[in-house]
Write a protein that binds this ligand. Structure first.
Ligand SMILES: O=C(O)C(=O)C[C@]1(C(=O)O)C=C[C@@H](O)C=C1
Length: 264
């Protein structure tokens, strides 16, 4: 199987994709991964949320915009290093991916240096190579790949830092016994008790919610959609059915959890 994911070579997405598949196509941004999956019908691998920094907005927006489904999920422990060709006291700027910046905010704040955001951790490594007196927040494997000396290891705020990835596809998964299901609820209204009404079918059907996160609907200020993930237990199908009678929902699919893939 082929997987489309975020490049250039050496991103966390690429590292995980290599553990899952042999044939990989790299794109320069998460938005481009979504476009390519929608265009070609080939599956993609994208980060959805991180234990420290929360939802990956490019992925949530991609799930809202495209008719694509989640067919699997997997977890990757994520460790960052501070790497530079220059001694620490001569560094004047840091290249970091926004997610990595948030995951290492305490370390970065302690340095008091300006940060330039990049499209990926691999792009941070490449940018560091091209600018004198700069440093990059990258993985240990990326530092090796670009031959950038590591100054400090494991600089993430929390050593248990972990990112949840999803496989996206234009075809709905057909697992007979899925473990999780995802929906986007789009109520299109704002009234007392709305969220209570949306969530009570899960309580009544004894279904555990593993995540709920809101994003702007992008229609007008104060209007939100809700990303909801549930465990496939209890009367979960009936619960989703009940909610679809209360509000508009987009089914993102039901899928298996592939488990945790240790970092290299
Ligand atoms: O830039 C990378 O290496 C990526 O794979 C992207 C990404 C993300 O956007 O969440 C993936 C895992 C980490 O949480 C940090 C960055």
């Amino acid at each position: 199987m082929t997987l489309i994911t975020l490049g250039p070579e050496g991103t966390f997405s690429h590292d995980l994709a290599q553990k899952m598949d042999d044939d990989i196509i790299l794109m320069p941004s998460i938005g481009r991964v979504f476009l390519e999956v929608a265009k070609t019908g080939i599956s993609g691998l994208v980060p959805l949320e991180n234990s420290e920094a929360g939802g990956v907005t490019a992925t949530m927006d991609g799930l809202m915009q495209h008719e694509l489904y989640i067919t699997k999920e997997a977890y990757l422990p994520v460790h960052h290093s501070f790497a530079a060709d220059t001694p620490k006291d001569q560094i004047s700027v840091i290249f970091a991916h926004p997610q990595s910046h948030e995951q290492c905010s305490k370390y970065i704040d302690s340095l008091g240096l300006p940060v330039i955001h990049t499209e990926s951790n691999a792009a941070s490594g490449q940018a560091q190579k091209e600018r004198a007196n700069s440093a990059a927040i990258i993985s240990e494997s990326l530092a090796k790949r670009y031959e950038i000396p590591i100054i400090d290891r494991n600089i993430e705020n929390n050593l248990d830092n972990i990112t949840r990835f999803i496989v996206i596809s234009s075809i709905k998964g057909t697992d007979a016994y899925p473990q999780k299901c995802s929906i986007i609820a789009d109520p299109g209204e704002n009234r007392a008790g709305l969220l209570y009404d949306l969530l009570s079918p899960f309580k009544d059907s004894k279904v555990n919610l593993t995540r709920i996160e809101s994003r702007p609907s992008k229609r007008c200020m104060g209007n939100y959609v809700f990303f909801i993930d549930i465990q496939c237990e209890g009367a979960w199908m009936e619960a989703i059915e009940k909610i679809s009678r209360i509000t508009r929902i987009k089914h993102l699919g039901c899928y298996q959890v592939l488990g945790e893939f240790p970092c290299r």
